[in-house]
Ligand binder design. Structure first.
Ligand code: SF4
Length: 338
């Protein structure tokens, strides 16, 4: 069993759906305290400081019915976000969800998966004969809850039957065994987010180890899935080159001779002031390198900017990963390095 919440809150209507009912029975049997929400408002998560509220939020699962509303777009990597759940059981210090869902740190799963997939089908039909790509991890890591919901498996098989559609998601977890026998028809891309052991240990709390993620990637590629890796966020520290090279070598040794194309995305660490402030509230003792003097400010689209590594360091990161990926992975493609 991977994640056991401390409390589960149900929107009353969610119990009318098979999944809502199943989740209710599952957590009741486990003795997890259950609340049926009045007026659907989530209240009663304990915590008198941002840190405690964050931890208790991660321990709280909310089961809802998603109202029929438009899917959010997800450019440039996909056309739409597929809203199966939001939030994540992981506690990565730099996670973008901290800023995005800062006041609502709990995990939400939607009970009406069939309706959500029906709506996805409408989007697919609208765009035919063009292919429609859905992103399953825009606001969550969908793997840790999969054992309870099966929503990802249902989606993978749904997309597998749709000629003009693709599905993709990214994870830092290794619990993929239930996905291996699915009829995915090569239409789902599973990406693993990986980093050096040091970064995982220091900042990616509550996630799978590098070795576990890489073993899971091997299983996924053996099951015929399209496979990708997001390497990031890249941090520059004293031994960064040794550590990241070691990571790439372990990946190469575990995957062996690859017949299928492996895709890489490489992302250097960056932060906004809003994110930094939120991170410092939740992790007051964080050692994340967020010193503006050591970074270059890059203006963003909507008036707020990011602090990125300077031009020379970005070039060094690029040369390092381009060179080593090309040398180690003959059948690979780097989609971007930023
Ligand atoms: Fe955020 Fe991903 Fe870490 Fe979850 S696993 S906390 S979504 S960075």
């Amino acid at each position: 069993m991977i994640y056991i919440p401390k409390r589960v809150l149900f929107e009353e209507k969610s119990l009318d759906y098979e999944l809502g009912d199943k989740l209710y029975m599952t957590f009741k049997q486990k003795g997890v305290p259950i609340t049926i929400l009045k007026a659907n408002r989530v209240t009663g998560i304990p915590g008198d400081t941002p840190s405690k509220l964050y931890v208790e939020g991660k321990n709280t699962l909310v089961v809802r019915v998603r109202k029929k509303g438009e899917f959010q777009t997800c450019k440039p990597s996909a056309h739409y976000q597929l809203p199966l759940l939001s939030g994540c059981t992981g506690k990565c210090e730099y996670c973008y969800l901290n800023t995005r869902f800062g006041n609502k740190p709990y995990i939400t799963v939607y009970a009406n998966v069939d309706q959500i997939l029906d709506q996805a089908r409408e989007y697919i039909r609208e765009r035919e004969p063009e292919v429609t790509v859905f992103e399953g991890a825009a606001t969550s890591d969908p793997i840790p809850l999969e054992e309870y919901t099966g929503s990802l498996a249902k989606t993978i098989e749904f997309i597998g039957k749709e000629k003009k559609s693709r599905f993709r998601f990214v994870t830092k977890f290794h619990y993929v065994d239930d996905l291996l026998k699915l009829k995915h028809n090569g239409k789902t891309t599973i990406r693993f987010s990986i980093n050096s052991n040091k970064v995982i240990k220091n900042y990616e709390h509550g996630t799978s180890s590098l070795g576990e993620r890489i073993e899971a990637a091997k299983k996924v590629i053996s099951a015929g899935y399209d496979l990708g890796f997001i390497i990031g966020p890249i941090f520059i520290y004293d031994e960064w080159k040794e550590d990241y090279l070691n990571m790439l070598r372990v990946l190469k040794d575990t995957l062996g001779e690859e017949n299928n194309l492996i895709k890489f995305e490489v992302i250097s660490h960056r932060y906004t002031i809003a994110a930094k402030n939120k991170i410092l509230e939740v992790f007051p003792k964080t050692s994340l390198p967020m010193v503006e003097e050591n970074r270059t400010f890059k203006y963003g689209q909507f008036g707020y900017g990011k602090y990125i590594y300077n031009k020379d360091l970005l070039k060094e990161i690029e040369n390092f990963f381009r060179g080593n990926i090309k040398e180690l992975f003959k059948n690979s493609r780097i989609d971007y390095i930023i």
